[in-house]
Design a protein around this ligand. Structure first.
Ligand code: SAM
Length: 244
């Protein structure tokens, strides 16, 4: 992986015609014009500085900010996934510019266990859960992709609903941040319950911002036995993905 020189990075940004979501340092002192500061998010999520030899899956990669950061931190195998084609967020051009080994896959989280057919040491799922119309289906898929650890960042509804209640708020139109692709936000209590149901043990749940009802939460997750099949069914059923 290479670091372009500042003039080349500036020229790349000026000539880009794709959507910039991430604010990230492309070259020393050259910051991309996105709205989301991936450096801040990686710090808040506790992304390890040393990822030597690990496999990392970045779901909902947008401009690949987290995926490229994982590669720079030594991850040996990084897969970046988005529902949009690689040209939408310029992943094809960014991979070329950075001479990166990140592999881009266009797919939805729901289908990833079948499309990729493997687990990853570390799965990043930042800013995706509230975009899903079927959040439990998404979390079941996330569990099947997680080898050792998963970092999840998502919107929570603690400002709209009693945070102590296991309630999930549905947004019929664009009520969440004026974005019609946002469907659900759980309270932090509901989020923890959903994660346990789908087979994640929550190691750390950081409300953002701290000290007031949260609008986002960042969770460190480790895989555990999914709770729901044993509660729901006495025997394994055809078509129900019971395998952890
Ligand atoms: C809010 S952005 C978050 C980008 C990045 N993960 C971050 O946190 O900075 C959501 C991203 O998830 C992608 N996305 C939405 N639904 C998805 C799905 N079902 N499977 C995979 N990616 C999805 C979007 O295209 C977009 O790139």
């Amino acid at each position: 992986m290479r670091t372009p020189d500042p003039a080349e990075a500036r020229q790349f940004i000026d000539s880009s015609r794709f959507v910039w979501f991430h604010k990230m340092e492309l070259a020393p002192g050259v910051i991309t014009p996105g709205v989301s500061d991936i450096g801040w998010l990686a710090g808040a999520a506790g992304l390890p500085q040393d990822l030597s030899g690990t496999s990392v899956l970045d779901i909902g990669t947008a401009n690949g900010g987290a995926a490229f950061m994982a590669e720079r931190r030594g991850a040996s195998d990084v897969v970046a996934v988005d529902i949009y084609p690689p040209s939408w967020f310029g992943m094809d051009r960014l991979i070329e510019l950075l001479d990166s080994r990140v592999r881009f896959v266009q797919a939805s989280l729901y289908e990833l266990p079948e499309v990729l057919g493997r687990r990853f040491d570390l799965v990043l799922c930042w800013g995706v859960l509230y975009h899903l119309r079927h959040p439990l289906l998404g979390l079941d898929a996330l569990r099947r992709l997680t080898g050792a650890r998963c970092s999840l960042e998502t919107a929570v509804a603690d400002r709209e609903v009693d945070p102590g209640q296991p309630v999930v708020r549905f947004y019929r139109r664009d009520e969440l941040s004026g974005d019609g692709s946002n469907w659900w936000a759980p309270t932090t209590t509901a989020l923890a319950d959903m994660l346990a149901s789908c087979g994640f043990e929550v190691g750390r749940l950081v409300p953002v911002p701290p000290g007031e009802p949260a609008s986002r939460a960042i969770c460190d997750l480790v895989p555990a036995e999914p709770e729901w099949p044993a509660i729901c069914y006495e025997v394994p059923l055809r078509g129900v993905p019971l395998e952890a």
